[in-house]
Design a protein. Structure first.
Length: 195
């Protein structure tokens, strides 16, 4: 017994701590739902032998919340962390994440072009409408997909390819939605250049 204790005590070595920031993923989101959280990463503390901890990158760990069986709505879920056996996972901060589950929806909306100045006009937009998709709650606020021509030019006619961004009635961009197609072609006529 004394020999076993001496061997284990001398070979164990001191335990060290390492703190890592790990991206948070959302697992098992139900069919027909989209999920989002304001928590994008968690901080974990790992304890183990120094030689093993030095080689552990954040990518060796998977932090996630399990959304299985959760209906549409807002829920607080415990954060789980999986990783290699090289270290013992201690504190996880935050230990819970608020997740918003929403019904997936999509609809076609018009493309709204904003020329760089009052003397310019968007004469052609192709395509004239795009499909915006994502959570039903966010999608209900969308009135169009806005493209902004950033630079003014002295040319009479300018053709640009731009990325449309979903906007609400006050033309404020809305996050968490996708747009298809990802770009549109806009023809801008500069009336000042015609003079």
């Amino acid at each position: 017994m004394v020999l076993w204790f001496t061997f284990n005590y001398l070979s164990a070595g001191p335990a060290y701590n390492k703190t890592l920031d790990v991206p948070l993923s959302l697992h098992n989101v139900g069919a027909g739902l989209v999920a989002g959280s304001n928590v994008h990463k968690v901080t974990i503390e790992v304890t183990g032998p120094r030689s093993q901890l030095e080689r552990l990158p954040p990518e060796a760990f998977n932090a996630y919340v399990d959304c299985a069986g959760k209906p549409a709505g807002t829920v607080a879920l415990n954060v789980a962390v999986a990783g290699p056996e090289a270290g013992k996972i201690g504190a996880v901060t935050p230990s819970t994440a608020v997740v918003v589950l929403d019904r997936y929806a999509y609809r076609r909306v018009p493309v709204i072009a904003t020329p760089p100045d009052p003397t310019s006009t968007a004469t052609e937009i192709d395509p004239k409408t795009v499909i915006v998709a994502g959570g039903q709650t966010s999608l209900s606020k969308v009135v169009g997909a806005r493209v902004i021509v950033e630079q003014a030019t002295g040319a009479k006619r300018v053709v640009v390819t731009l990325k449309p961004v979903p906007v609400d009635a006050s033309r404020t961009p809305l996050a968490g939605l996708t747009v298809a197609p990802a770009t549109v072609r806009v023809v801008i006529i500069n009336r000042k250049a015609h003079s």
